[in-house]
Design a protein around this ligand. Structure first.
Ligand code: C2E
Ligand code: MG
Ligand code: MG
Length: 643
């Protein structure tokens, strides 16, 4: 007969065990729901740790996971007592019970001790008697384990606990593996993203440095203009195009005059600044289909797709005129001239080398002859000319008084009497003899000595004019004034100390070249007014070569015009020039200006000018420029006989 009491206790044990089962199943279900929707790996580890601890009622539960390096494992999560010190710690792969589990891929629990050799049992019993550790085996990889330490209430873990934890581990390991895979994917894609971003940056840098490289290969850094390589390429392409379309093409080689000396005198920084300014200025004269380049140093070049010689020469002239305007570089007023050599395809050359070398030779001829512009002539001297280095000589010349003034008479065309002289500078050079002003005036301007020279010229002219007046010859003396002088802020003060009173001022005429008034009118107005205030006559020199109209001159305090000798020279042969001279005289008179014709070389011209109503004449037919002594001798018989 079965014992009833015993039966009852069996039933309540069963009930209790069923309740346990239910609780365990609930817990497992809850865990799977939680981690099934959780993709954050650390969160998954934490949930697993907490639920596993509840499941086997452990004081402490830890999740050791193998590291990617396959040499260590790390406690990635923990629940219960003392976990904060352990979580995060990494240990060598073979260390402790974990090491044993990794090696054998088997669970660890107390019962394992029975399977060990005595020696090993002694070694492990102490430390590992109160823990169970089950492996976390993913589908693809061995992941790590779940380690439960000390059963709550001083109990020992049972086989059931072990089975439960093993089952738990079997199920959660898939969720863990998934979360690990997601994390890995995330990391890889983050890496990918980073990599892509870095790649983008590197690409951008590459593009930029490529562009820079390309720029340096084709453009020169100071002016950002095409360099010689790009220029040659464009020229070669231009030639092919002109050849196939049976058209012409022009090459202009522009070389600054004495740039080296400016560089030496002012320093390389200012020299560079000047080159930049020049490049900017000349760029304004470049049409869309032209190429404008800096070939190096002070050498620029242009390719014009139109080879018409007249049009090309006009454009070269426009460049030279633009360069006549002084530049202001950090307070220094600098005047640069230039020489331009021109070649036209196919007449002057049929390839890049010939076109360039012949333009170079034409440019040297232009420089040598001081013509400014030269079209290539096969007869040109091809060998580069030596440049006269005069800078030191000029400095010495100024302090040693090597300059002299020559005076060229001007006669009144009604009375044929000498009424004025033009003071023309001459440099009596110990080696070269008399050097004409065309050679050294530019030089003096560029090295900043023109102010000193002009002061000397004004002082000497005035001194001689006073001497002539005192000996009974009232002559006005014309002094050529450079643009640089007028733009110098100290010029007015120096005039005041040189001339002082109107009595002396009225003995002088200042000749100023026409082009000056185009761009600098406003800046010059004050100084021109002051010149007039001192009683000095203002005269426009070389009239007709520039662009100022007479109506523009009306607004200036000018009272004399000197018609450029290029018009006077050809008056006899060219009807056109005579018409220009005639109408200039008429218009000038209407504006109240007197007219001087310069460069008169024949009696016919002289008489014609008198008939046209010109007031004054100057030229070789009357007299060449004379030294002070020579002029004095001439003044003795001051009536000039013109047949
Ligand atoms: P400019 O003021 O037009 O001077 C006239 C130039 O024509 C002088 O040349 C003179 O010798 C030359 N000439 C005079 N009559 C005739 C002629 O019948 N036929 C020809 N073919 N030429 C004639 P020069 O003395 O060589 O002077 C050249 C230029 O240098 C002058 O041109 C003037 O602009 C400048 N210059 C001369 N002296 C000075 C000076 O002291 N200061 C400045 N700033 N410039 C000066
Ligand atoms: Mg003159
Ligand atoms: Mg002149």
């Amino acid at each position: 007969m079965p014992d009833k009491k015993n039966n009852n206790s069996n039933v309540s044990d069963l009930q209790e065990s069923l309740l346990h089962r239910e609780a365990e199943i609930n817990l497992l279900q809850q865990t799977f729901t939680e981690i099934g929707s959780e993709l954050d790996l650390d969160r998954v580890f934490q949930i697993v740790a907490e639920r596993a601890r509840e499941l086997v009622r452990a004081e402490t539960l830890l999740i050791p996971i193998l590291d990617e390096n396959c040499e260590t494992y790390t406690y990635r999560a923990g629940a219960g007592a003392n976990t904060s010190e352990i979580v995060g710690a990494s240990l060598p792969l073979d260390f402790g019970v974990c090491g044993w589990v990794w090696k054998h891929k088997k669970v660890w629990w107390r019962g394992v001790l029975d399977e060990l050799s005595e020696e090993e049992r002694n070694r492990w019993e102490q430390a590992a008697g109160t823990l169970i550790l089950v492996p976390l085996q993913g589908k693809k990889h061995f992941l790590g384990g779940i380690s439960a330490i000390n059963k709550i209430g001083n109990h020992e873990f049972t086989r059931r606990d072990l089975n439960l934890l093993t089952m738990f581990a079997g199920i959660v390991s898939i969720a863990i593996e998934n979360a690990m895979a997601v994390k890995q994917m995330e990391e890889t894609s983050k890496l990918n993203e980073d990599y892509r971003r870095r790649l983008k940056i590197i690409n951008k840098q590459l593009v930029e440095s490529n562009r820079e490289l390309e720029f340096h290969a084709l453009y020169e850094p100071l002016t950002s203009l095409p360099n010689r390589s790009l220029f040659s390429d464009r020229l070669s392409r231009g030639i092919s195009l002109a050849e196939s379309s049976n058209s012409e093409l022009a090459l202009l080689l522009i070389d600054l005059d004495r740039f080296k000396d400016i560089n030496d005198a002012l320093g390389h920084d200012k020299g560079d600044e000047l080159l930049k300014e020049i490049a900017l200025l000349l760029q304004q004269y470049v049409y869309p289909n032209d190429t404008f380049a800096r070939l190096g140093g002070d050498e620029f070049a242009m390719i014009l797709p139109d080879g018409n010689k007249k049009a090309v020469t006009d454009r070269a002239n426009a460049l030279l005129r633009a360069l006549e305007k002084p530049f202001n570089i950090h307070g220094s007023t600098i005047t640069v001239g230039a020489s331009i050599g021109i070649t036209v395809f196919p007449e002057h050359g049929e390839n890049v080398t010939d076109m360039l070398s012949r333009a170079d030779s034409a440019m040297y001829s232009a420089k040598k002859s001081k013509q400014g512009i030269m079209l290539y002539e096969p007869a040109d001297d091809h060998s580069p000319l030596g440049h006269l280095t005069m800078v030191t000589d000029l400095r010495k010349a100024l302090s040693n008084g090597e300059f002299e003034l020559y005076y060229q008479p001007q006669i009144d065309l009604k009375t044929n009497e000498i009424i004025a002289v033009e003071a023309l500078g001459r440099w009596v050079h110990s080696r070269y003899g008399l050097v004409n002003p065309d050679v050294y005036i530019n030089e003096l301007e560029q090295i900043g000595l023109i102010e000193k020279y002009t002061a000397w010229a004004i002082e000497t002219s005035l001194k001689n004019a006073i001497e002539w007046r005192d000996s009974g010859h009232t002559l006005k003396v014309s002094v050529n004034i450079s643009v640089t002088d007028l733009l110098n802020p100290e010029f007015m003060a120096s005039l005041e100390s040189l001339i002082g009173s109107r009595e002396y001022g009225e003995l002088l005429v200042f000749e100023i070249t026409e082009n000056l008034f185009l761009s600098e009118y406003d800046r010059l107005f004050e100084v021109l007014e002051y010149i007039c205030y001192l009683g000095i006559t203002l005269s426009i020199d070389d009239f007709g070569t520039g662009y100022s109209s007479l109506s523009r001159l009306k607004r200036l305090p000018v009272s004399e015009l000197k018609i450029d000798r290029s018009f006077i020279k050809d008056m006899e042969q060219s009807q056109n020039d005579e018409v220009i001279v005639h109408s200039t005289i008429e218009l000038a008179h209407n504006l109240g200006l007197s007219v001087v014709a310069e460069g008169v070389e024949s009696n016919e011209t002289l008489q014609r000018l008198a008939l046209l109503g010109c007031d004054t004449a100057q030229g070789f037919i009357i007299s060449e420029p004379l030294s002070f002594e020579q002029l004095n001798a001439l003044l003795d018989g001051s009536q000039i006989k013109v047949s």
